[in-house]
Design a protein around this ligand. Structure first.
Ligand code: UD1
Length: 430
């Protein structure tokens, strides 16, 4: 077991490079199943979730070669199995993304049903309903989704916007017979990145995502080919470092920063008193007013405020004088970080697991806390860097799922953060 020990860190200075996006790397790796030719993906972040996805593809029979730290070549000539077992799916829900690509190319797939998730129910009913509409026969057997039949073109209208659902159906459609129209599709930049990779592989996809259209038209083709693709930078990691820079008054250049993917977040930040200033096309620095202002934030699908930045902004608002409100609209249980922030001295009250009222305090004070989910763990790191005294964060495997070398990146700019081995967890997780 490992934990992070953090001390208050001021005068951070230097450069932090934003890594490739986890939520883009995962579907893009799944998409490599769609062809028998090599696909090279660059800018893949070195994360636990990416390693799980790579081992899942290896278990299917993909030949995977590491070209350098962040570039990999994938090629699947003949599958050994078309099964994604529970051991992997349980560790990472995004494993469900191989369902669409395996079905599309081979006409069958068996994927373990994902179990519970701390932040919400996260059913996959919309993925399955859409596949059934495409003529795929789906049964649930012994904890597995068993899907049979090559998908055929169909008109899919998602009842709710779903990111991985849109990605799965896009991959199911690219080799399907006929035309598929997806309506009410997710517009997240990571979904667009997948569409761009698929187009490079020869898929016939028409989508006016630049004008925020939620309709995607896909004409199935017979075969896809290999290509080379660069994964987009991680807008959530970028947003996390902006909040961190503002709160620690850092003089840090954020490189490889996806400025245009964070327009709405910049608007929210500006109202609070934080400006993200471009110093060149790919780099920014963060400037803040001395007095920050409280805010009302609601999470909503892209292009609006991402649920994946909600916890980090909660840390920010917990030390802004006045009353702030945060409303979570995407997941039913995404306030697990609130009791942990309150342990650090924040004053946050949650009603109906939907709305949090934050009464800004002057300072946070260090304590032992746990990382309750991926993004919540980043909120704890930010809190630890500004809290008085020492903060110890347990269960940091959550952090390693989604943030590439976060402690190393922070140390390089002068943060007092140490990864330590512990023999027994100090905070109970039952
Ligand atoms: C993806 C992201 C995750 C992000 C989330 C919302 C990846 C790997 N993960 O997760 O980081 O927090 O988008 O931006 O890209 N829903 C259903 N039925 C379904 C599918 C979804 O009811 O079949 C509901 C979910 O429970 C949730 C909402 O729809 O309340 C949005 O979920 P979805 O967009 O599917 O999230 P993920 O794709 O799992």
């Amino acid at each position: 077991m490992e934990c992070l020990e953090i001390k208050p860190s001021k005068n951070l200075k230097g450069i932090i490079e934003i890594s490739g996006a986890k939520n883009s790397a995962l579907p893009n790796i799944a998409a490599t199943i769609l062809t028998d030719q090599p696909v090279i993906l660059n800018n893949i972040p070195d994360l636990l979730d990416v390693r799980y996805m790579i081992s899942l593809l290896k278990s299917i029979g993909s030949n995977i070669e590491k070209i350098n730290e962040n570039s990999w070549a994938f090629s699947l000539k003949e599958p050994i199995t078309l099964e994604a077992n529970y051991e992997i799916v349980e560790k990472m829900r995004a494993s469900i993304l191989v369902l669409g690509s395996m079905l599309s190319r081979f006409g069958e797939a068996k994927v373990a049903l994902p179990g519970g998730c701390p932040i919400g129910l996260r059913p996959i009913d919309l993925h399955l309903k859409a596949l059934e509409k495409m003529g795929v026969k789906i049964t649930k057997e012994h904890g597995f989704i068993v899907a049979r039949g090559k998908p055929k073109g169909a008109h899919i209208i998602f009842d709710k916007i779903t990111v991985t659902g849109t990605e799965n159906i896009m991959m199911a459609a690219v080799l399907a017979k006929g035309e598929t129209v997806i309506e009410n599709a997710a517009l997240e930049p990571e979904v667009v990145d997948l569409a761009i990779l698929l187009q490079k592989m020869g898929a016939d996809i028409s989508w006016d995502w630049r004008n925020k259209s939620r309709t995607i038209r896909i004409r199935g083709v017979k075969k896809l080919k290999g290509t080379v693709h660069n994964i987009i930078p991680d807008r959530i990691e970028a947003g996390t470092f902006v909040v961190l820079s503002a709160l620690t008054n850092a003089n840090v250049i954020l490189k490889n920063y996806p400025y245009e993917l964070l327009t709405y977040v910049h608007y929210v930040l500006k109202n609070i008193g934080i400006n993200v200033v471009q110093i060149d096309k790919n780099s920014v620095i963060v400037k803040r007013r001395n007095e920050l202002k409280p805010a009302y934030i609601e999470t909503k699908e892209y292009p609006y405020f991402p649920t994946d930045l909600q916890a980090q902004f909660m840390t920010l608002l917990s030390v802004v004088d006045g009353l702030s409100i945060v409303k979570e609209n995407i997941f039913e249980n995404r306030f697990l970080h609130v009791p942990e922030l309150n342990r650090l001295g924040a004053k946050i009250e949650v009603s109906n697991n939907k709305v949090a009222v934050i009464d800004g305090v002057k300072k946070l004070t260090g304590a032992e806390v746990k990382a309750t989910d991926l993004r919540a763990s980043a909120a704890m790191v930010i809190a630890g860097l500004i809290a008085e005294g020492k903060t110890i964060i347990h269960d940091i495997y959550h952090l390693d799922r989604g943030y590439e070398n976060i402690d190393t990146k922070l140390k390089m700019v002068g943060a007092e953060i140490e990864r330590k081995r512990i023999t027994q967890p100090k905070v109970k997780t039952n």
